[in-house]
Write a protein that binds this ligand. Structure first.
Ligand SMILES: NC(=O)c1ccc[n+]([C@@H]2O[C@H](COP(=O)([O-])OP(=O)(O)OC[C@H]3O[C@@H](n4cnc5c(N)ncnc54)[C@H](O)[C@@H]3O)[C@@H](O)[C@H]2O)c1
Length: 345
C-alpha cells in the first residue's frame, strides 16, 4: 500500500520534496494526497519560486491533490495521511512538528530543526516520545559525494582521516523575505552552515569544543552570515576539522559546496562546480570518482518513505543526533560572541 503524504509549505523545499516523492521507484509507492499553505497563490498552484540549487522551475498541479488546506494543523488532523512533511519557514517547525508527533503521524521536518534553543528542546522531547518515524531533513548525510566520504572515513581504506575542510557558500539573493530576518532564519550559521556542522557530527560524533569566528550581517539583518569553525576532538579522532559557511557572496556567485579530506594514504576532494566533482589523489595519480547521479533530497525522502513503509524508525539520522548538531551550532554562536573556545553542551 502506498505511503500517503501531506506536505505543509509548498515553497522551494515543498516543491523539491513533491518532485522527489513523484520520482520514487514504483516498488516504493508514495502518494502526496494533500498539501497546506497559508499563501492563496500557492493553494491555487501559482508558484515559480527559485532556490539555491537544483531544478527551480518545477510546477505543480493542484488538481492532482485530494485536499488542499490553508492551515498545517488541519492537514495534521487528516486521517488519510501517514507521513507529514514540514517545509515551512524555520520558526514554524516546532509547533507543527510537535502537533504532528502528538497526532501519531510519521514526520519529516526540514532543517534546521529550530533556531531557538527552547524550540529545539521541545522538538527533541516530542521526537523521543514519537510512536512513528521522525526525522529532520539533514540531507547532506544522504548526498552522494558525502556518502562516499563517510565510507572512506569509516572503512579507513586510505588509512585514518587526518584532516577535513568543508566549505558551503551561497549568494545574497535569497528567494524569500523571511531568510533576511535573523530571528527567523538564524542567518547563514543556522540555515546553511548547519549542513556541514551536522555532517561533522555524522562523521566524527560530538566534538568536545568549537572555536568559531564570524561576520554579522551582510545578507540577513543581524545574523551570522559568515562563519569559520574549528571542531576539537579529545581523544583525537581526527587532528583538524574546519568548516566554512557563508551566504553573503554577490548575487551572481554560483552556489558552492565541497570538501578536502586528507587521509594517511591519499586525498579525497569534492567541488560541486568542477566538471569532475569528486577527485581522488592517491598512488601517484589523480582519478575521478563517479558517484550516483542523484541528490540528498531525493535519497533522504526515499529513505524516510522506506522507514514508514516498513514501520521502522530512521537509524541513519536520529532526533538524538540532530539534537547534538543543534548543540554544536549553539556553541559556534557562543564562540563567535565570546571570542573564546566554547564547550559543546
Ligand atoms: N534541505 C535543504 O537543502 C534546504 C534548502 C532550502 C530550504 N530549506 C529549509 O526548508 C524550509 C522551507 O524553506 P523554503 O526555502 O521552502 O521557504 P519558502 O519561503 O520558499 O517556502 C515556504 C512556504 O511555506 C508557506 N508557509 C509559511 N508559513 C506557513 C505555515 N505556518 N503553514 C503553512 N504554510 C506556510 C509559505 O507560504 C511558502 O509557500 C526552511 O526551514 C529552510 O531552512 C532546506
Amino acid at each position: 500500500m502506498a505511503v500517503k503524504v501531506g506536505i505543509i509549505g509548498m515553497g522551494f523545499m515543498g516543491r523539491m520534496h513533491l518532485a522527489a516523492y513523484g520520482q520514487l521507484p514504483k516498488a516504493l509507492k508514495a502518494q502526496v494526497v494533500a498539501f497546506a499553505d497559508i499563501d492563496a497563490d500557492k493553494r491555487a498552484g501559482r508558484s515559480d519560486d527559485a532556490g539555491n540549487l537544483g531544478d527551480t522551475g518545477f510546477k505543480f498541479d493542484v488538481q492532482a491533490f485530494k485536499r488542499v488546506y490553508e492551515c498545517g494543523f488541519q492537514l495534521i488532523e487528516d486521517p488519510e495521511i501517514d507521513l507529514v512533511d514540514i517545509c515551512v519557514p524555520t520558526p514554524d517547525h516546532k509547533d507543527l512538528f510537535v502537533a504532528a508527533v502528538k497526532a501519531g503521524k510519521n514526520v519529516l521536518s526540514e532543517k534546521p530543526m529550530a533556531v531557538k534553543p527552547s524550540d529545539v528542546k521541545a522538538m527533541v522531547a516530542a521526537g523521543r516520545r514519537a510512536k512513528g518515524a521522525v526525522m529532520i531533513a539533514q540531507c547532506i548525510r544522504f548526498w552522494p559525494a558525502y556518502v562516499l566520504l563517510k565510507e572512506y572515513v569509516t572503512s579507513k581504506k586510505l588509512g585514518k582521516c587526518k584532516s577535513l575542510i568543508l566549505r558551503r557558500q551561497g549568494n545574497n539573493a535569497l528567494w524569500s523575505p523571511w531568510y533576511f530576518k535573523a530571528a527567523m532564519s538564524g542567518g547563514a550559521v543556522y540555515d546553511l552552515h548547519v549542513h556541514d556542522t551536522d555532517y561533522v557530527n555524522f562523521l566524527f560524533g560530538k566534538p568536545n569544543a568549537v572555536c568559531s569566528v564570524g561576520s554579522i550581517g551582510g545578507t540577513s539583518d543581524r545574523g551570522i552570515d559568515h562563519v569559520v569553525t574549528n571542531y576539537y576532538y579529545s581523544p583525537r579522532k581526527v587532528e583538524a576539522v574546519t568548516a566554512i559557511g557563508a551566504w553573503h557572496q554577490h548575487k551572481t556567485w554560483p552556489f558552492y559546496m565541497g570538501y578536502t579530506a586528507v587521509f594517511e594514504r591519499g586525498t579525497l576532494d569534492f567541488d560541486i562546480q568542477r566538471p569532475q566533482p569528486v577527485m581522488l589523489y592517491a598512488d601517484d595519480a589523480a582519478q575521478e570518482i563517479k558517484v550516483a547521479a542523484t541528490d540528498g533530497w531525493f535519497e533522504e525522502i526515499k529513505y524516510m518513505v522506506n522507514c514508514v513503509a516498513r514501520g521502522e524508525k530512521p537509524a541513519l539520522n536520529t532526533i538524538a543526533s540532530t539534537d547534538i548538531s543543534m548543540r554544536i551550532v549553539q556553541a559556534e554562536v557562543r564562540s563567535i560572541k565570546s571570542g573564546k573556545v566554547e564547550k559543546v553542551k
